[in-house]
Design a protein around this ligand. Structure first.
Ligand SMILES: NCc1[nH]cc(CCC(=O)O)c1CC(=O)O
Length: 308
């Protein structure tokens, strides 16, 4: 046993977050052969959970999902924290370290409410507040209507059932974790590139807590971590906010990794996509370099959404 007191794992309290926290706890317990009650899950309500009716970009960005967990971690109220990697802001506090990434799930998006992307026509309404999803959809179907759609996965599905929009996009990974295996149509990543960190469960600990970092090293998936580092370095180097439509995906390809990424104008009319290959050790620099390549090709108006 590591110690008499259970290790405290902080998480948001949404149904998806709790499933992910249980997965992280189970992986840690299994890797070390500990008793099941050696990890205690501590749900913490974040500002992002409290404000459901406005786009994230409007109310202060992704830090709203992390701030309260960061505070608890740094105060020692929890020993480690679990996040959906795609909801973490690209620059994190220095005293907090990315300690582990669980094996990535299916990165694709699913479209709910219609049979597929091809069924979307101008004038139809899609429920999303994600600038990336909105821009990617508008790039394919100009004239599409957009309806602000936040809330947890169940809320968004209920809003489709209620006819508040014709369709919505959700990450397959989240649906899968909630047991919603059969709903929606898969969209290939070649058609709709996912968000940086999509389908990855990230675990953080205090940067100075070497005991905790050591325990968590046992459950990290090396390829997932490499992909996450590249995608997050790309996003951080762009310098965008949560208003900025950004997509990135790194996958292993033989001995190396393949990184695809794009930025779009919010109306979808301008889209700059690039790709590169890199060895695992160069994940961060490859992400940064791809951001420079893309920004160099962007119009001044699009670039101004990023480098301030
Ligand atoms: N923004 C909310 C969010 N954060 C993580 C997931 C899904 C799980 C994941 O991508 O890891 C979702 C729901 C969605 O966008 O469909």
């Amino acid at each position: 046993m590591h110690k008499a007191e259970p290790l405290k794992l902080g998480t948001r309290g949404s149904p998806l977050a709790l499933v992910q926290a249980r997965a992280a706890a189970a992986a840690l317990v299994a890797a070390h052969g500990w008793a099941e009650d050696s990890v205690e899950i501590v749900p913490i309500k974040t500002t992002g959970d409290k404000v459901q009716d406005r786009p994230l970009a409007e109310i202060g960005g992704k830090a709203l999902w992390t701030k309260e967990l960061d505070r608890a971690l740094l105060a020692g109220d929890i020993d480690f924290a679990v996040h959906s990697a795609k909801d973490m802001e690209s620059v994190r506090p220095e005293a907090i370290a990315l300690a582990a990434a669980l094996p990535r799930a299916d990165v694709r998006e699913r479209i709910i409410g219609v049979s597929g992307l091809d069924a979307l026509t101008p004038g139809m309404r899609v429920g999303t507040t994600s600038p990336r999803r909105a821009a990617q959809l508008l790039a394919r179907v100009p004239g599409l209507g957009l309806v602000p759609f936040r809330g947890n996965v169940a809320t968004r599905l209920a809003r489709i059932d209620a006819g508040e929009a014709d369709a919505t996009l959700l990450a397959s990974a989240g649906l899968e974790r909630l047991g919603l295996h059969a709903i929606g149509a898969f969209i290939p990543v070649e058609t709709l590139l996912p968000a940086p960190g999509q389908a990855i469960i990230a675990i953080e600990a205090r940067a100075g807590d070497s005991a905790m970092l050591g325990r968590l090293a046992a459950i990290t998936d090396a390829d997932t971590m490499t992909a996450l580092v590249a995608e997050r370095a790309f996003a951080a180097a762009l310098g965008g906010s949560c208003h900025s439509p950004v997509a990135a995906l790194a996958v292993r390809d033989g001995d190396a990794f393949h990184l695809r990424a794009e930025i779009l104008s919010p109306d979808g009319r301008e889209r700059i996509a690039e790709e590169t290959r890199f060895p695992a050790a160069d994940a961060a620099s490859a992400g940064r370099a791809l951001a420079r390549t893309i920004l160099n090709r962007a119009s001044p108006a699009l670039r101004s959404l990023f480098v301030a």
